[in-house]
Design a protein around this ligand. Structure first.
Ligand SMILES: Nc1ncnc2c1ncn2[C@@H]1O[C@H](COP(=O)(O)OP(=O)(O)OP(=O)(O)O)[C@@H](O)[C@H]1O
Ligand SMILES: [Zn+2]
Length: 741
């Protein structure tokens, strides 16, 4: 093993009971036990943070030397040796503490969290060295051509250049370079590692900020320059320039020589954001999301660890990247549920961003036009600062929002667009402007029903209806991916041709719009038509270039798009998110509809938003019409405070699941009987989850509701320890649940 570049070669003797030097090593595996002890062999120096190779059973595993004392009762004879040290920058103490913190908060195995911080295994191997050519100290060759002379002149003594680059610099073919090597004039040499990411150009002028933007930006810059922990909520109506303002803080962070991380809820839909970044800094930021190829992942992870990445834009998992000195974390659209990870380690990236910022002595900026009640409550209690941009940038005013009462002006039979909306689209298109129709439901129809017997087509694996996708002529489950052809007869009563689609999905709206506006150039934006970042970028470009008149889509269209020609937004079913009785149903519906509405009228031409609803008097509709988000959130707070619902109390959910229904019931009952009791603690359930069957597993839920001053983690830990469950039963713990399915 070569001495690593990253440390002195002095062997260390960590505190231990015996004279045998030992160290704890955390492995990226979901082991409940946490770190294991290993012996440090003579001549090896291992410090907490070092990436090490250790034996585990019959395997060699890469882990991280961890903090804390080793187990004094473990005899030295039981210890196995650390097998090797990897040539990677060690994991910082900040990141190690973050891993430990997240594990404790979410009740996850520390190794499961560590795995998220080591999510690019290939990055732990040294980057492949590339070979190039260097001048040899040799006699000039007997045959000297002008081409050969140019090659030799292109290289300074000691300089190494790649063959292709050298040939290009000399204007010769690569055969000429090879010929010189054969003649002994050039010798192979290793190229110095190149920079994988170009540094952002801080000399480029940003936009001239308006007075309110300017004072918000100045406050953020000061916070970043203070190099101290602090959280700021940046609010402002859609189109007020929040992005431009926080990019100023990013620039300040780079000037401080620290790294900046920007979390976006859906990085695949961020083409316009990336373009803006490029304009501002002259380079692309590093990216991090689940669709990166493994090579790019490895390259990015390594470059982050080596401090070479100034700005990284990523999805929630980017929080676990090994930044050496993070100075700023921005969480854009902080209210978005996409920041909640629901599988594996269940965590909320917005909340964990605050934790990582605190551990790193960094600034955290939460950005939204419609912040969550959690965040507003933190502003109210003085924990977070608040900066607000009250107006749209430039000439644009806020769009006029109207609720369209479907009871008064219903659509024609079998249609879904009410006459006033149809008329508004017609006028908009006639003016040469763009219109958008939004329905947050994929497919053609959410339900297929037999007209003869009333049978509903359901998923065999989930508590869910099958959704018709007409283009594929299939019924699909949106939870488990089950798909089947549309049967010619009803599977229940065998009546032929009686299966009927009920309700609209976005495909059905497209069908209706096509019939109504056959000449309009349409684009459909749903996850099946916009499968990835490239498709999203192409769609955005086509809309910006005015190659499209009518945009029809699911929540993809609500994202931060800036389409100057778009003046009308029609919401096909504004009531959609209100059903279900979820704690945050109203809040979330408002946030989503506000965001869609915010796409209209962002340039000079005024915008208009029409929301089709059966509840025009609902507080959500009223808040949207009056643009009074604040009053709505006050009312929300007033509704939640007395019952100690979040953010005025704490929640944790246990989801018990098994392939065997009775086993799931038994386990849920046993957990219910063993539930913690006491002052300020309440247990709701067990009860079947709304998705009582999901991917073939029967699911039961228990909810622990506690007063704000109660620490729920120890309660949960003791609770789970009290109950012995069969291995086939899974219990998922969700601290601060966002979804209740
Ligand atoms: N000071 C400025 N000078 C020039 N252009 C600006 C300025 N501020 C904002 N803009 C432009 O106005 C548009 C809206 O700004 P931005 O996207 O930052 O707003 P936002 O508040 O983040 O919007 P949303 O919440 O809808 O995503 C963008 O095209 C942006 O480039
Ligand atoms: Zn299913």
């Amino acid at each position: 093993m070569q001495p690593p570049r990253w440390k002195s070669s002095e062997p260390n003797q960590p505190a231990g009971v015996s004279s045998v030097p030992r160290i704890r090593v955390l492995l990226p595996l979901p082991l409940a036990a946490g770190a294991y002890d290993y012996r440090i062999p003579a001549g090896m120096a291992v410090q907490p943070g070092d990436f090490v190779v250790v034996p585990l059973g019959g395997r060699q595993v890469v882990g991280v030397a961890w903090d804390g004392p080793s187990d004094p009762d473990l005899p030295a004879s039981k210890l196995r040796d650390v097998a090797g040290l990897l040539d990677v920058p060690p994991m910082t103490e900040t990141l190690r503490r973050f891993v430990t913190w997240v594990a404790a908060y979410t009740l996850s195995a520390p190794g499961a969290v560590l795995r998220m911080a080591m999510s690019a295994p290939a990055a732990l191997e040294p980057p492949p060295a590339r070979a190039g050519w260097q001048l040899a100290n040799a006699e000039p060759p007997s045959r000297m051509t002008p081409g050969r002379a140019r090659v030799l002149a292109a290289l300074r003594p000691g300089q190494v250049m790649a063959g292709a680059e050298l040939a290009a610099a000399a204007g010769v073919s690569s055969a000429v370079v090879r010929g010189l090597a054969d003649a002994g004039m050039l010798v192979p040499a290793l190229l110095p590692p190149g920079r994988a990411f170009a540094p952002p150009d801080l000399a480029l002028p940003g936009p001239v900020l308006g007075p309110e933007q300017d004072s918000a930006a100045a406050a953020l810059r000061a916070q970043v320059a203070a190099r101290d922990f602090g959280v700021t909520l940046l609010t402002g109506v859609t189109g007020s320039g929040k992005t431009e303002v926080y990019l100023d803080a990013v620039a300040e962070c780079l000037r401080e020589g620290r790294q900046a991380l920007v979390l976006l809820p859906e990085i695949a839909l961020s083409a316009q954001w990336l373009e803006r970044f490029r304009r501002r800094f002259g380079v692309d930021p590093a990216l991090w999301h689940s669709e990166l190829g493994s090579k790019t992942r490895a390259k990015t992870w390594r470059a982050v660890a080596e401090g070479e990445v100034g700005v990284l834009v990523g999805a929630r998992s980017a929080l676990f990247l090994p930044f050496p000195d993070l100075g700023l974390i921005v969480v854009d659209e902080e209210h978005e549920t996409a920041f909640k990870q629901e599988e594996g380690v269940v965590y909320h990236a917005r909340d964990m961003a605050v934790v990582r910022a605190r551990l790193a002595q960094a600034t955290c900026v939460l950005v939204s036009a419609t912040p969550s009640l959690e965040t507003l409550n933190n502003v109210e209690s003085g924990r977070y600062r608040h900066l607000d941009l009250p107006e749209r940038h430039g000439a644009a005013g806020m769009a006029v929002v109207q609720a369209l009462d479907l009871r008064k002006t219903p659509p024609e039979r079998g249609r879904f667009l009410a006459p006033p909306l149809v008329e508004a689209i017609r006028e908009t298109l006639a003016r040469g402007e763009q219109a958008m129709l939004f329905l947050n439901r994929r497919g053609y129809a959410p339900l297929t029903l037999c007209r003869a017997c009333g049978h509903r087509m359901r998923c065999p694996n989930c508590t869910a209806w099958l959704v018709e996708h007409r283009a594929q002529k299939r019924l699909q489950c949106h939870h488990c991916g089950h798909a089947e052809p549309i049967p010619p007869t009803c599977p229940e009563c065998s009546a032929p041709g009686t299966l009927t689609p009920v309700g609209p999905g976005v495909e059905r709206v497209v069908e209706e719009a096509t019939a109504l506006f056959p000449d309009a150039r349409r684009i459909v934006m749903a996850s099946d038509t916009i499968p990835g970042p490239a498709a999203a970028a192409a769609a955005a470009a086509a809309i910006s270039d005015r190659q499209v008149d009518l945009i029809i889509g699911t929540q993809i269209v609500a994202k931060g798009w800036h389409f100057p020609g778009l003046t009308l937004v029609g919401v096909v079913d504004a009531d959609l998110g209100l059903a279900g009785g979820d704690l945050r149903a109203a809040e979330r519906t408002l946030q989503l509809l506000h965001q869609v509405a915010g796409r209209a009228g962002r340039a000079e031409a005024p915008g208009r938003v029409l929301m089709q609803t059966f509840n025009p008097d609902h507080p959500v509709m009223q808040a949207l019409v009056s643009h009074d988000f604040e009053a709505f959130m006050h009312a929300e707070a007033a509704g939640r405070r007395p019952g100690h619902w979040p953010p005025f109390g704490r929640l944790a959910a246990l989801i018990v699941s098994s392939e065997d229904e009775r086993e799931a019931d038994r386990a849920a009952r046993d957990l219910g009987l063993a539930a913690p009791r006491g002052d300020g603690v309440e247990i709701l359930g067990p009860a079947p989850a709304p998705l009582a069957l999901l991917r073939g597993r029967h699911r039961r839920r228990l909810l622990l509701k506690a007063r704000k001053d109660v620490q729920v983690q120890p309660l949960l830990r003791e609770w789970l320890e009290r109950v012995k469950l069969p291995n086939s039963v899974r219990v998922q713990v969700d601290v601060d649940p966002v979804g209740f399915l």
